[in-house]
Design a protein around this ligand. Structure first.
Ligand SMILES: *[C@@H]1O[C@H](CO)[C@@H](O)[C@H](O)[C@H]1NC(C)=O
Ligand SMILES: *[C@@H]1O[C@H](CO)[C@@H](O)[C@H](O)[C@H]1NC(C)=O
Ligand SMILES: *[C@@H]1O[C@H](CO)[C@@H](O)[C@H](O)[C@H]1NC(C)=O
Ligand SMILES: *[C@@H]1O[C@H](CO)[C@@H](O)[C@H](O)[C@H]1NC(C)=O
Ligand SMILES: *[C@@H]1O[C@H](CO)[C@@H](O)[C@H](O)[C@H]1NC(C)=O
Ligand SMILES: *[C@@H]1O[C@H](CO)[C@@H](O)[C@H](O)[C@H]1NC(C)=O
Ligand SMILES: *[C@@H]1O[C@H](CO)[C@@H](O)[C@H](O)[C@H]1NC(C)=O
Ligand SMILES: *[C@@H]1O[C@H](CO)[C@@H](O)[C@H](O)[C@H]1NC(C)=O
Ligand SMILES: *[C@@H]1O[C@H](CO)[C@@H](O)[C@H](O)[C@H]1NC(C)=O
Ligand SMILES: *[C@@H]1O[C@H](CO)[C@@H](O)[C@H](O)[C@H]1NC(C)=O
Ligand SMILES: *[C@@H]1O[C@H](CO)[C@@H](O)[C@H](O)[C@H]1NC(C)=O
Ligand SMILES: *[C@@H]1O[C@H](CO)[C@@H](O)[C@H](O)[C@H]1NC(C)=O
Length: 570
């Protein structure tokens, strides 16, 4: 009965594309095993050569098919890193690109040259470090705690605004980290009353600008208008990260910058600091002076949201440590690199504190989606962009500074993403083709199975499967109620991977069964094969489980449901 229900689901809810040609519905996640050896992979290297050519053209003409930039005034550094290959500590990238704008040679302050050790302000990317330090020091168990447990002043103060039934007791630490707290954007920073705008005098009676003393801050903050009720919709707030850092101080009874320093030291971030750095050696400081550039701007208590100084080398080291779960458990990392809310844009989700870009060829519901976990923003004349792509265990960092105004990095990041992601996918496909595709045989049971060469669609297609005189594909089609000629079996890698005692690797794949001739849902194609994975079992073993064993250049395949061990022959 259960099986029947599963298959009704499988059959009725797995449609094909609007066109008549079959388009598989993959499981979300890598479509092929992670590519390795990026620094020597010829496809990745060719993609990177294209990236260099495109960037060279961009900076020499200020123009590209992706849009225009101000190459006379914008200097930038790009680093691409991966956790799949051994760490080169002194040079933690598989690609870097540094561009010093002509204006930089005239600068009176800081460096006039640019390299991977050049220090920038990184603005909002600081939030990523604050959440990371929180996870390292306190962990996820605190996400459900209300902020008032650590800052009771927020409810005790006289100034509390309860407008629209907002209650500080409803704001959890998790809400603060994931842009869902509804609390005000800033406190005492960027208040227009401190600047010379000809706005009408609002008869400001309270002393509510520029003050950064915590005792006063808590009482006063509670008198500010909230933006939404907590848990409603993503709204960026710097104050949220300030509060998160205060809560961490309360949990650990340590100053936040001591915990930040501990994390930085533990992975060798030698040039990064939360606050104004000890030295301006090899620092980029555009504009007339340190205050015009924003280099010396003191954000006071908002430091954990916006204040950090760093280099592409340090951020790459940190990104590798994030991807590789060096300082938190890998289970926590998997939960961290997940969305926690949608936004008004179909291809953007929000996370802690991620701005997630769901990269996809087009926005049709049946199309592989590659999630990019990013953080970006500007401070003074600086802009920064940071991203992690768990599907390949790679990441990127772009740090920039401009003479006139904070640069827009959309063109830079589009070039990086457009060159890098297809290159990585192609490399993954090519590596999967040579490792997995071929004919597998087992002598004992006279079984044979064919994994086709990658065919431009996600996952590996299993075309033939016989045991003795039995055509297993045909049997599976019958069980599934699919015509054998219309049965698609595609294998997707899972992250159940282990090293074998012989020094090899075992990796589990799951097969997705689909009916290539299934009727198309009227106008609303869906892709929900994840509802049916593992639905078929045989003597308690999943029929869709395929475990590959890679050892000394030899690939073998274990199918537990049939007690089969097969060796790849060609
Ligand atoms: C690099 O660019 C060339 C020429 O435009 C193109 O043929 C090639 O496919 C590109 N390589 C990659 C890996 O994108
Ligand atoms: C910039 O490049 C685009 C595409 O290559 C081109 O269509 C456009 O004319 C160029 N703009 C300028 C100002 O050169
Ligand atoms: C950039 O600098 C070059 C050389 O000094 C100059 O010819 C060009 O007009 C400048 N471009 C802009 C957009 O200022
Ligand atoms: C990732 O972590 C593993 C241990 O879990 C370690 O062996 C490996 O060197 C690390 N890789 C990088 C790039 O740091
Ligand atoms: C690290 O990378 C640099 C630059 O590519 C290279 O010169 C150096 O040999 C590498 N170090 C190791 C240990 O591979
Ligand atoms: C503020 O703006 C007014 C009017 O625009 C101007 O007269 C005044 O000089 C400005 N004050 C300062 C300190 O810049
Ligand atoms: C504003 O508050 C600060 C800190 O409490 C205090 O030093 C200052 O005198 C106050 N200013 C006014 C105008 O009340
Ligand atoms: C953290 O490190 C910075 C130098 O990067 C130092 O100035 C600061 O005092 C340190 N803070 C603590 C609490 O150790
Ligand atoms: C920095 O430069 C700006 C613009 O030239 C000027 O108004 C300001 O007084 C300078 N600040 C300092 C601290 O020199
Ligand atoms: C199966 O038999 C062939 C021919 O005798 C042999 O080359 C191959 O290694 C055997 N495979 C297994 C898995 O024993
Ligand atoms: C694969 O299966 C098809 C259809 O059953 C058959 O025509 C073909 O000969 C098989 N290929 C191999 C290599 O066994
Ligand atoms: C994996 O394959 C190798 C050789 O192909 C074999 O020696 C080893 O026993 C296999 N390991 C497992 C766990 O199946």
């Amino acid at each position: 009965m259960l099986l029947q229900i599963s298959f009704i689901l499988l059959l009725s809810l797995v449609p094909t594309s609007r066109s008549q040609s079959f388009q598989p519905c993959p499981i979300l996640g890598p479509r092929f095993p992670l590519p390795t050896g990026l620094a020597s992979d010829s496809i990745v290297q060719s993609a990177l050569k294209n990236a260099t050519a495109t960037l060279d053209e961009l900076v020499s003409t200020s123009n590209s098919t992706y849009g225009t930039i101000s190459s006379n005034t914008t200097s930038f550094s790009i680093g691409l890193f991966t956790s799949n290959d051994p760490l080169n500590f002194s040079h933690p990238f598989f690609y870097e690109y540094n561009y010093a704008a002509p204006a930089l040679s005239k600068t009176k302050l800081g460096t006039s040259k640019l390299n991977s050790e050049t220090l920038f302000r990184i603005g909002t990317v600081t939030e990523v470090f604050t959440v990371w330090v929180f996870l390292i020091e306190a962990g996820e168990a605190y996400w459900i705690d209300p902020i008032t447990k650590y800052i009771p002043e927020l409810v005790e103060g006289n100034g509390q605004i309860a407008f629209g039934h907002f209650s500080w007791e409803d704001v959890t630490l998790g809400d603060l980290a994931r842009h869902l707290s509804g609390v005000p954007r800033d406190y005492g920073i960027a208040d227009l009353s401190t600047r010379n705008f000809s706005l009408p005098n609002a008869l400001v009676i309270a002393n509510r600008s520029g003050c950064l003393q915590p005792t006063y801050f808590f009482r006063d903050l509670s008198g500010r208008y909230p933006i939404y009720l907590p848990g409603t919709t993503p709204i960026m707030s710097n104050t949220a990260f300030q509060l998160l850092a205060y809560a961490l101080e309360g949990i650990k009874q340590q100053p936040y910058d001591a915990m930040f320093n501990k994390t930085a030291t533990s992975i060798g971030l030698s040039r990064s600091s939360l606050r104004y750095p000890l030295s301006t050696r090899n620092a980029i400081i555009p504009g007339a002076n340190e205050s015009v550039s924003g280099w010396s701007t003191d954000f006071g208590g908002e430091d954990p949201a916006i204040a950090m100084y760093s280099t592409i080398t340090d951020i790459s080291r940190a990104g590798i440590a994030m991807l590789n779960s060096t300082l938190i458990s890998s289970a926590m990392t998997r939960r961290w690199l997940k969305p926690t809310a949608h936004t008004s844009n179909l291809v953007n989700d929000a996370g802690r504190p991620w701005i997630i870009y769901k990269s996809t060829k087009d926005q049709s519901p049946i199309n592989p989606v590659i999630d990019i976990y990013t953080s970006y923003g500007s401070v003074g004349l600086y802009s920064s962009y940071f991203g992690l792509v768990p599907d390949y265990n790679v990441g990127f960092v772009i740090l920039a500074a401009d003479e006139a105004s904070a640069p827009d990095l959309n063109v830079h990041v589009d070039i990086v993403a457009d060159m890098l992601l297809p290159g990585l996918e192609k490399a993954a496909i090519s590596q999967a083709g040579s490792i997995y595709s071929g004919e597998y045989r087992s002598n004992q049971t006279a079984a044979s199975l064919i994994i086709e060469k990658p065919d431009g669609m996600p996952g590996l297609s299993l075309s033939n499967f016989t045991m003795g005189s039995k055509d297993i594909r045909k049997e599976l089609a019958t069980v599934a109620g699919i015509s054998p000629s219309a049965l698609s079996i595609r294998l997707y890698p899972t992250d159940l991977i282990e090293r074998t005692t012989s020094g090899g690797t075992k990796i589990a794949f799951r097969a997705v069964f689909q009916d290539e001739s299934a009727a198309i849902d009227a106008g609303t194609p869906t892709c929900i094969t994840w509802l049916s994975v593992g639905a078929l079992s045989y003597y308690g073993k999943p029929l869709d489980l395929f475990i590959f064993n890679l050892s000394e250049g030899q690939t073998s395949l274990e199918i537990p449901a049939f007690n089969l061990d097969m060796i790849k022959e060609r």
